[in-house]
Design a protein around this ligand. Structure first.
Ligand SMILES: [Fe+2]
Ligand SMILES: [Fe+2]
Length: 170
């Protein structure tokens, strides 16, 4: 697998989601750069950051689609969970000293591209309708979403580990 490049078909048109997806691609590319590095500590850091950020994105996305009343919010969450389990297995193999970086990079690249293009695209209409309905899409800009919608979501995270802070530094 080579470098990932953003392609328009990955766009959801939901500003904050697109920003997060792009950031995940950046992390995957960082992993691409370091995947054969002899520096296991640095590699471990990148793997950890990539996984943490991706899981934070999942939590955010699940929160939004649930609020939006998306019909397949439950199954979507299940898909995230299955993937999370696979990634956790790879991480323990890495911790046990195995060389999994290239395999992990390939898996992340393929899975996320397909997932964004297929499953994530399924919720676009619901989420956009929700944002419109709640008046949060006035200019659909990130600042607006941060200030209002995301605060509601943060209030709902109740003790879930700090994914909100990770995504928004708040
Ligand atoms: Fe996503
Ligand atoms: Fe998703």
């Amino acid at each position: 697998m080579a470098y990932l490049h953003w392609v328009p078909e990955l766009d959801t048109g939901i500003a904050e989601i697109d920003t997060q997806h792009k950031r995940i691609l950046d992390y995957i590319n960082k992993l691409h750069d370091l995947r054969s590095s002899p520096d296991r500590a640095a590699l471990g850091d990148v793997i950890g950051e990539t996984v943490d950020y991706t899981l934070s994105h999942f939590a955010f996305e699940e929160s939004v689609i649930e609020s939006a009343g998306y019909m397949f919010a439950g199954p979507h969450k299940k898909v995230h969970e299955l993937f999370t389990r696979k990634v956790a297995e790879m991480q323990s193999r890495f911790d046990a000293g195995e060389d999994i970086a290239t395999e992990l990079h390939g898996m992340l690249s393929r899975w996320l591209f397909n997932h964004i293009r297929n499953e994530d695209h399924g919720y676009i209409d619901s989420v956009k309708a929700y944002l419109r309905m709640t008046g949060k899409q006035r200019d659909a800009d990130k600042a607006e979403l941060k200030a209002e919608l995301l605060q509601e979501l943060a209030a709902k995270q109740n003790g879930k580990k700090g994914w909100f802070a990770r995504l928004f530094g708040g």
